[in-house]
Design a protein around this ligand. Structure first.
Ligand code: ARG
Length: 462
């Protein structure tokens, strides 16, 4: 609920702010979401002020009592938010003062909303990153679990979306595990730079009170303080960096979504996605649409957009704080929300995939997926690779005209393309032979992929 009120800074002004301007500049409708982090920051700040003798113990106790009540009111929904009080910070401070009097007015000693909001956003984001890392872990586990069943399920690997060489479905899935693993590392690394305390920077230059910033940092679980006050209040690079991490995760999931959509199309028919993740058509009764992956692909655009919005927000700002920074919140919040929902739904959806090995296999048998294996066979018998490539290209053309696969050609027919070809070629031209031969770290041989899965499980447990 919103109501009219007097701002915390109106003493200097001759006329009230225009209604339109008030609505234009207020952020309370969205920064309310920071409320509990704002209280957490205020409690630590007050504790430090008391410890340094800047406010009395009585004031600290009053502030604690008041903020506890404010917190209860916010959680229960009773708290009355006022647009006139501009933002979350002034709303809370005003209510605190109404509850406990002068102690509430002393809370803002040695602090500015500039270092306060920077602290709140960092506390919020640290919490969000920790949740997201958990969700990413669950998704990675779901991918590895699915892969573990399919080290011998053969599908065509593609380049240019043309059949290239056979791979196992597990190998294909484990590529996404690698991407998500790097994404999780990026989030963990970003957290280090998020987890620094701006408080104490005050408006921009620091404060003349004898504060102890390291003490506040410790109380709030920060790894240290921001070491330059101007930088502390003005940069949002940590939020940009986080959004870049998020955009990469979404981009990876968008690629996987594109594949799930293709694979579910009857033209591929490689997989089915559980009904609960799909919708029907209001006009075409036969349709089952992969709405969830389509939306993931679509929502990637919005997160990528937030990254560009934040970069653009920052690029023209002189030091130190500018009101522009108030615009950091909505893109950041929406990035966190979108990514949270996406990781959550994705982990469930992966668990609801039905694999159709026969369709994958017959697709791998079309398109001469083992042609490279034939070329490699000739090379191992002494033919230079370029000559082998040419010989196999001619063999493929011949088989294509015949409308059959390479392994369906007679030995004498194959030998027309190279006398080096012997009966053992038929082992090489099979899908299984092709996979098994790529037996080195990173290769698609079942033995290697099993090892990769074991490594992944160890990593996820560690
Ligand atoms: N709502 C503001 C923001 O989000 C808080 C800081 C305002 N500081 C100021 N000097 N007006 O950035």
């Amino acid at each position: 609920m919103m109501m009219q009120d007097k701002q915390g800074w109106s003493g200097r002004f001759n006329e009230p702010v225009a209604e339109l301007v008030k609505r234009y500049t207020a952020s309370v409708e969205f920064d309310r979401r920071l409320a509990l982090f704002d209280i957490q920051g205020s409690l630590a700040h007050a504790q430090m002020l008391a410890a340094c003798g800047i406010i009395s113990t009585q004031d600290l106790n009053d502030i604690r009592r008041g903020l506890a009540q404010v917190e209860n009111e916010i959680i229960s929904g009773e708290f009355i938010w006022s647009l006139d009080l501009e933002d979350v910070h002034l709303n809370i401070e005003k209510r605190l003062t109404a509850l406990v009097g002068d102690a509430g007015k002393r809370l803002h000693t040695g602090r500015s909303r500039n270092d306060q909001v920077a602290t709140d956003v960092r506390l919020y984001l640290r919490h969000a990153i920790d949740e997201l890392r958990g969700l990413s872990h669950t998704l990675q586990t779901a991918i590895v679990d699915l892969a573990a069943h399919h080290t011998h399920t053969i599908m065509p690997g593609f380049t240019h979306l043309q059949v290239a060489q056979p791979v196992s479905f597990a190998h294909h899935l484990m590529a996404y595990f690698e991407m998500l693993k790097r994404d999780a590392e990026r989030l963990a690394d970003c957290r280090k730079r998020v987890n620094r305390l701006p408080l104490g920077a005050a408006a921009l230059a620091g404060t003349s009170y004898p504060i102890k910033r390291e003490y506040v940092a410790e109380l709030l679980g920060f790894d240290g303080v921001c070491e330059n006050s101007l930088d502390a209040v003005s940069d949002r690079d940590f939020a940009i960096e986080f959004t870049a991490c998020a955009a990469l995760i979404m981009t990876h999931l968008s690629r996987l979504s594109e594949e799930l959509i293709l694979w579910m199309s009857p033209r591929f028919g490689f997989i089915d996605i559980a009904d609960r993740f799909c919708t029907g058509s209001s006009i075409m009764p036969q349709k089952k649409n992969p709405d969830v992956p389509e939306l993931v692909r679509g929502k990637t655009g919005r997160v990528n957009g937030h990254l560009v919005a934040l970069l653009t927000l920052m690029k023209g700002q002189p030091l130190a704080y500018n009101k522009d920074n108030q615009e950091d919140k909505e893109p950041l919040f929406d990035t966190v929300d979108t990514l949270t929902q996406t990781l959550h739904i994705y982990a469930d959806m992966i668990g609801g995939i039905t694999v159709k090995p026969e369709a994958m296999r017959s697709a791998a048998l079309q398109g001469y997926a083992t042609a490279t294996d034939l070329a490699d066979y000739l090379v191992k018998k002494g033919l230079p690779f370029r000559d082998a490539h040419e010989a196999v290209a001619l063999a493929v053309r011949f088989a294509e005209q015949r409308g059959c696969g390479l392994s369906e050609l007679e030995l004498e027919e194959l030998q027309k393309f190279s006398p080096l070809i012997e009966p053992d070629i038929y082992g090489v031209l099979t899908l299984e032979g092709s996979l098994a031969s790529r037996n080195h770290i990173g290769g698609t041989a079942p033995q290697q992929v099993e090892t990769a899965i074991a490594r992944a499980r160890k990593h996820l447990q560690g």
